[in-house]
Design a protein around this ligand. Structure first.
Ligand SMILES: [Zn+2]
Length: 408
């Protein structure tokens, strides 16, 4: 049993508590929700800073960790995709595994306790099965060719089976349950890389399994132009890659409006990036979901947006419309670190008006809620959220010098 206190505790489920004390058992389960420090309180560990729940990273590609510093910055989405495809396979299996392991260690050091991770292949499955972090794996599939939709979907099913088998082989008493270790769903890559037939197969499966989906959304301007007019840099890049123009969608509507109706039966959908999402798009989503069962979350990966497009989403319009926002790091192919705190620093630098409690809610509770990790995300009795200490936070402002120390 430990009693832990700091200048402030941000439980996230309730307002911050000055000089709060939280009691946890030996397994890290919260025994009593945080309360103000009492005069006669004994055996309390006192820290200087702010305590918040462990961070939830809702968008990562752990399998791309070997590409750190290998893809040029500020080349735009089309340039990024071209370089990534050219480079991702030029590495030995040993190198790939070594980088996956150290990237996971980096996340743990940075106070991340759960990850929504994209997998195109099996290279992360062994690491995930160790249970060091809780994962939901999004088995990502794509194919613009409708005649190959069934094959692409079948490959996704085979990969998810492999994820389950690997988790079973490595189950031990110290790690999370096998079910948690193999939590997954088959998800689409992006609006511009799937045929409608393939989107339908994914939607059908999500409906049957009542599962959550994720999709990259409006990460570049070229994505909208491709759908609206079959024009723009992304369209041109695909033509150069040899993709037949008739396979690409031309709907006269932007990427988001053209895709969401085909994913209507998912339990929840996480739109990732949203750099070019407008207020009108958000209103479209809200009126759409009012008639359907799904709920929508928006994941922001600000550092990756700066790395690739040098542009950030328009956060105030999402806040104004009460959107559920989560935070992701994306991969080391398009980021300098795997740290939710580093993402918060970037948001705070460009949008200093966004309050600390709001940013921490995005970084913890919202992500846990989206991924259905009900034991994480808030500091409440009975939960096991992990505890992070944020140091050097002056007047509730995250700055360059703010640090994170994983307490639990
Ligand atoms: Zn991504």
């Amino acid at each position: 049993m430990r009693k832990i206190s700091a200048d402030y505790i941000f439980p996230i489920s309730s307002p911050p508590i000055k000089n709060g004390v939280v009691t946890v058992d030996d397994d890290g389960v919260i025994v009593t929700s945080p309360v103000p420090f009492a005069e006669n309180e004994k055996d309390v560990e006192i820290f200087s800073g702010i305590i918040c729940p462990g961070f939830v990273n809702t968008h990562c590609h752990l399998e791309l960790s070997h590409l750190k510093n290998k893809v040029s910055e500020n080349k735009g989405m089309a340039g990024f995709i071209t370089e990534l495809i050219g480079k991702r396979n030029n590495f030995s299996e040993e190198e790939i595994q070594k980088n996956i392991e150290s990237a996971e260690q980096e996340m743990i050091r940075n106070g991340i306790v759960a990850v929504g991770d994209i997998s195109n292949n099996n290279s992360t499955f062994k690491q995930k099965s160790k249970g060091n972090i809780v994962y939901h794996t999004f088995i990502e599939i794509f194919s613009l060719d409708a005649s190959k939709a069934k094959e692409a979907f079948k490959n996704g099913k085979i990969l998810s089976q492999e994820l389950k088998t690997t988790a079973q082989q490595h189950t031990n008493s110290h790690s999370p349950s096998q079910k948690e270790k193999s939590q997954y769903s088959i998800s689409p890559h992006a609006p511009y890389t799937l045929s409608l037939d393939l989107l339908n197969l994914i939607n059908e499966e999500a409906k049957i399994k009542n599962s959550i989906l994720t999709i990259h959304n409006q990460e570049s301007e070229g994505e909208n132009l491709l759908f609206e007019k079959n024009e723009g840099i992304l369209f041109d890049t695909f033509i150069k890659m040899g993709i037949k123009p008739e396979l690409m969608h031309k709907t006269g509507k932007n990427a988001l409006k053209s895709t969401l109706p085909f994913l209507k039966d998912a339990k929840k959908i996480l739109f990732v990036h949203n750099t070019f999402t407008s207020k009108e798009d958000i209103k479209f989503i809200q009126s759409f979901i009012a008639n359907h069962q799904s709920s929508i979350y928006f994941c922001t990966c600000p550092n990756a947006n700066i790395y690739i497009e040098n542009k950030l989403p328009n956060y105030p319009i999402f806040i104004e419309q009460n959107c559920n926002i989560t935070i992701g790091t994306d991969s080391l192919a398009s980021n300098w670190s795997l740290s939710i705190l580093d993402e918060i620093k970037t948001i705070s630098k460009h949008f200093p008006e966004i309050k600390l409690n709001t940013l921490l809610t995005w970084a913890t509770k919202n992500g846990a809620e989206f991924l259905d990790f009900n034991h994480l995300g808030t500091i409440e009795k009975g939960k096991k959220p992990g505890l992070n200490l944020l140091t050097n936070v002056d007047k509730f402002k995250i700055s360059e010098i703010t640090g994170v120390l994983k307490l639990l």
